[in-house]
Design a protein around this ligand. Structure first.
Ligand code: GDP
Length: 207
């Protein structure tokens, strides 16, 4: 699969440090501990790909990956800092908000946002706040959204259906005629939804 060709490119603590490019960019976002790094590694079939994002000092950085053949890359992945970690100082939280808001509002070539939401907890206030940053670009179809309800292996069938229904209700508020918003249950552990996610992302960057 095309996702297996992902390779680390660079890391940046500010938007103006990210390289400009002409390819579609996929941003991965989520509360810390939502399963974002594991999901990226699962999609890429590489144990350590999103490891840099976990290194102390790098947790507030945007890590950029190139995906596709080396001589003809197809897309970039941007692993954005996890949010909502209680132990982070106030100043760092404010900075997080600036970096995320900046990135989601103005990053050129941002094609889609993949938001990881723990399927047991659903959308939190911070998850909704993040969606607000990108809402105008979702509404006019400039940016697409794929929500992964992570760790779905921890839910039974009824709980999974409930989680999906609640999350859909939240997303309905963002939906317009132009918008393209998808949602799926996902488990890195059980490899649930992995093929589907790779297909959706491939179709989105090919357009
Ligand atoms: P991140 O902070 O969002 O990057 O989260 P991580 O990928 O580091 O995952 C946080 C914790 O959730 C770790 O203990 C993972 O082992 C666990 N985890 C991640 N994905 C899954 C999953 O699909 N199922 C289960 N049961 N646990 C998971």
């Amino acid at each position: 699969a095309w996702t297996h060709t992902a390779r680390f490119l660079t890391t940046a603590s500010r938007l103006d440090q990210l390289p400009a490019h002409e390819l579609p960019e996929i941003a991965f976002v989520g509360r810390s501990n939502a399963g974002k790094s594991t999901a990226i590694n699962t999609l890429a079939q590489q144990r350590q790909l999103a490891y840099a994002s976990k290194t102390p000092g790098r947790t507030q950085h945007i890590n950029l990956f190139e995906v596709g053949p080396k001589d003809a890359p197809q897309a970039y992945w941007a692993d954005l800092p996890g949010y909502g970690y209680a132990a982070v100082a106030k100043a760092a939280k404010v900075r997080w908000q600036e970096v995320m808001a900046d990135y989601l509002r103005v990053r050129r070539n941002l094609a889609c946002v993949v938001q990881m939401v723990d399927s047991r907890h659903g959308f939190t206030d911070l998850d909704r706040q993040l969606l607000n940053f990108v809402a105008p670009r979702l509404a006019n179809g400039e940016v697409r959204l794929l929500v992964l309800l992570t760790k779905a292996d921890k839910l039974n069938r009824n709980e999974a259906a409930d989680s999906l229904r609640k999350a859909r209700a939240v997303l309905a508020a963002l939906s317009t005629e132009e918008s393209d918003i998808r949602i799926t249950l996902f488990s890195s552990l059980k490899r649930q939804g992995v093929g589907e996610v790779a297909e959706i992302l491939h179709a989105w960057v090919a357009q």
